[in-house]
Design a protein around this ligand. Structure first.
Ligand SMILES: Cc1ncc(COP(=O)(O)O)c(C=O)c1O
Ligand SMILES: N[C@@H](CCCC[NH3+])C(=O)O
Length: 423
């Protein structure tokens, strides 16, 4: 059965024996397709290939930071967009060259800056003037000269879920675009930072190009203004954010090729190196979550399918009311309309309400589609559940890329202070 969906709508014919994997690994587990990851990276790269000279695709590591996933993309030449020292270390350890790494995020600490500076990353994306002051201090102390961009906030509504919208004036991200010229001048005047670029990212899971277009046009105007003010702007980081299809009923998000055409037209005379930071688009439809039905329970007027995955494994439905396609691995005849729920002690531990599915029985395997991005990485051990293992499949091959830990590991992480242990 084909569970990995290419971004261009073609189902990939990867023959994955999920039943065998479930026997070997136990459920729940995440499963990623290497071919689909690579395919998505290439679809995006082809889409933006005509956008200026040597565009950099810096994979947003936060979407799926498994070392094997980053290494697979690094092998294909991807860079990385990181937002913490942990992500920077992951990217470097997975083989992403430092000169393809950009460091985003509103809360970079002195220590993080010093480490990224020592690694000589391509660019810091600064999000406030106080952050620029801190980077200047760190750079002076280290005797190095970082390259940096200011991320601007264009005050554009991305039309996505409020919790993942980042480009409105009221959001914490970036500096207001109207004050950017002063911020650039102040940062450049410090003499410690090479202010090379402008960055923008207005949100995630965008299903319409027009907010991106509006934001990019503002960035274009700003680049003109900055150059007129004497700044040597050499890069423009256009962020990530392109949406992917989650539900067969929702509108098709724009294709990377259409996005690329839009970007190429707007940036034609910018004369900069463009940087892109796609995350979800690369990994989202390259991953699934496999779970087993524990039991069925008839409630008052509703049927509950209780599965062994829970909100701690896949938070998106409870956090954003996100839709994930759910399918039976070996569909039986008939149909059931049910609530798909996990074992966690919260009503929010509901993946779907009133979902029509083929009839299910205890022991059946089911699959959550589109679970390669912002899924395993947002998991927790709530209810003292173990983190879900991850598997990578590549044609006939499969490898566990994050093994299941033991309860001893989980419990042994904690320390009982002497004074309690003794009493
Ligand atoms: C600065 C930045 N770049 C890139 C991304 C990746 O976004 P997406 O996964 O929607 O492509 C994000 C997350 O929204 C982000 O905050
Ligand atoms: N965690 C969000 C995406 C956040 C994007 C990060 N900038 C999701 O699952 O959709």
């Amino acid at each position: 059965m084909d569970f990995f969906q290419h971004r261009d709508g073609v189902l990939h014919a990867e023959d994955v024996d999920l039943e065998r994997l479930a026997e070997e690994i136990g459920t729940p587990f995440y499963c990623y397709s290497e071919a689909t990851l690579v395919r998505h990276l290439n679809v995006f790269r082809e889409g933006v290939a005509s956008c200026g000279k040597d565009p950099l695709v810096a994979y947003a590591v936060k979407a799926n930071p498994n070392q094997a996933v980053i290494a697979c993309l690094a092998r294909e030449g991807a860079g990385a967009d990181v937002v913490s020292i942990g992500e920077l270390r992951r990217a470097l350890a997975a083989g992403v060259p430092a000169d393809r790494i950009v460091f985003s995020g509103v809360g970079k600490t002195r220590e993080e800056m010093a480490e990224a500076l020592a690694a000589d990353i391509l660019q810091f994306n600064l999000e406030s003037t106080s952050e620029a002051d801190m980077l200047a201090e760190v750079a002076r102390a280290a005797g190095r000269r970082p390259r940096a961009a200011f991320r601007v906030n264009p005050d554009v509504d991305a039309g996505t879920h409020a919790k993942i919208s980042t480009g409105r004036a009221e959001n914490k991200f970036g500096i207001p675009i109207d004050t950017a010229a002063q911020a650039f001048s102040a940062a450049a005047a410090s003499g410690d930072i090479d202010m090379v670029g402008v960055a923008v990212h207005i949100g995630s899971q965008l299903t319409d190009l027009s907010p991106l277009e509006a934001a990019f046009r503002r960035v274009g105007d700003l680049i003109g203004e900055l150059r007129a003010g004497g700044h040597d702007i050499r890069t423009a980081d256009l962020g990530g954010g392109l949406g992917i299809p989650y539900s067969p009923d929702s509108a098709e998000p724009p294709l990377p090729a259409d996005y690329g055409k839009m970007v190429a037209a707007i940036t034609e005379d910018w004369n900069v190196r463009l940087i892109f930071e796609p995350g979800r688009l690369i990994t989202g439809n390259a991953g699934i979550l496999v779970s087993r039905v524990i039991r069925l329970k008839q409630g008052v007027g509703r049927c509950f399918v209780i599965i062994d995955a829970a909100m701690n494994d896949l938070m998106r439905p409870t956090l954003y009311d996100a839709y994930h396609g759910i399918e039976a691995v070996r569909p039986r005849g008939g149909e059931v309309v049910a609530d798909i729920v996990g074992p966690v002690c919260e009503t929010g531990d509901t993946f779907a309400r009133d979902r029509a599915l083929p009839r299910l029985e205890a022991g059946d395997l089911i699959v959550f589609r589109t679970a390669g991005a912002y899924s395993a990485t947002m998991a927790s051990t709530y209810n003292s559940r173990l983190l879900t293992p991850e598997v990578l499949v590549s044609g006939e091959r499969s490898a566990v890329i994050r093994p299941r830990r033991t309860y001893e590991d989980l419990i042994g992480q904690d320390r009982i202070p002497d004074w309690i242990a003794k009493e």
